[in-house]
Design a protein around this ligand. Sequence first.
Ligand code: UD1
Ligand code: MG
Length: 523
Amino acid sequence: MSHAKPAAVMILAAGAGTRMKSATPKVLHEISGRSLLQHALVAAAALEPGRTVVVVRHDRERVAAHVAQIAPHVLLADQDDVPGTGRAVFCGISALDATAIAAQVANGGAGNNSVLDTQIDGAIVVTSGDVPLVDGELLGSFVDAHNTAGNAVSVLTARVGDPTGYGRIVRDDSTGEVLAIVEHKDANPAERGIDEINSGIYIFDAAALRASLARVGTDNSQGEMYLTDVIAIAREDGGRVGAMIAPDASAVEGVNDRVHLAAAASALNRRIVEGWMREGVTIQDPATTWIDSDVALSADVTILPGTQLKGATTVATGAVVGPDTTLTDVEVGAGATVLRSHGSLAVIAAGAVVGPFSYLRPGTELGVDGKIGAFVETKNAKIGAGSKVPHLSYVGDATVGEGTNIGAATIFVNYDGVNKHHAHVGNHVRIGSDNTLIAPLTIGDGAYSGAGTTIRHDVPAGALAINSSPQQNIEGWVQRRRPGSSSAEAAARAAETDGPLDGLSSGAQEERASAAADNKGEE
Ligand code: UD1
Ligand code: MG
């Protein structure tokens, strides 16, 4: 980015977020696959600041752990017992100054300077952990405006239809200069009529900020140290105060409750979806397509309605995903098709076909031109190039070679009640329909199995595995044992057309078959 880099970005995230009514801190709520705080951190990182600091207090350990995970180099500053955004910034500056001292000491003291440089100086961008639509581009243009004007303090503002709840920007009637920010709760009726609001995003010259903050009191309706008081104080001190009006007011809206959260989620999603359409992705129904911030799509991908692409999902050119498909951390290869399915942590190679109604669990890898058809569940399953699992199957803890076909309704039995076991199926194998493959086992290349086989042992290459018992037909059974039923009547009509039934079986055999049909037999 060509903008001058600020000395620091400070993200305020110490508030309780009471209006969310949540056990989860507000800044950890997610939209587009990132926490609200992560959106702020990503926007901050685009400015390439000297340092980034997040001010924490409410639910400190959870917020701190999250920051350590997603942005380990970011500093944390603890806000003390004094409430208010002004105090939060004071605590943030103290933490930044502490690192300035530490850096000097680490570099062996003041070097050529006679005194230690114990304070951070230059531009400090202050933003909030609850404004997820503010991106690096908006912050960058704000930094440019601040530097061009040579301001001591700049505030990012917006003109909104309903300014209720926001701080109002009070300007000089004749010159238009920013005089002060008045909080909604402290505003008089004339001030409440102002439609220009404070976004809560500012850029301060560090020295001017320190000087002004020292004079901020708590004499207001909330008994808090308001950061917004710095504006009037800095002006009294002779500093230049300016404002930039955000071109898109909706981009600076903060999230305070779940209604705002949903609105921000859909606005951000709209932005992401439109961005991909401009990159050459066909998205048939933007309103029902949800794409996380970290998803990557290629030109000439087609996304059909009702599709959610989450996490680090990638989709290569020519692939068609949807309708009604949810993929989380899934890699979809070029020209692949994924129809009405659900997948996570899976790889679908180029030209492969998935769905409808299949469930690809973590560790699924479907090879080039492979198929996972309808009503199939897979887990930790590598299915080789050109291999097919077309219908109604479970494939868990398995390796399937290339060019193999798994017959309909085949179940890989991977769990003995205590441990999971792996099944290896070779290349160009033909597993018959309704097989049960009891792992651990290995089926050699080119082997076959008959329909309905329960495979308990290894099958050598080229062998036919079969263990179903011979079929018996007990003629006339239905008319004798189910007389008067619709089946018996149908059988009687068939007999009239096809000739009389023959071959009545022996009594003992029939008893056994009847018992089985009545579902009370011993077998
Ligand atoms: C604040 C501004 C208001 C502006 C609005 C924009 C003040 C006094 N008011 O009001 O002018 O229009 O944001 O959304 O600054 N925070 C702390 N420590 C605290 C209090 C808050 O870190 O002691 C953090 C919060 O976590 C949040 C941010 O500061 O990220 C703003 O706090 P919030 O309580 O939402 O302020 P608003 O009432 O919205
Ligand atoms: Mg707020």
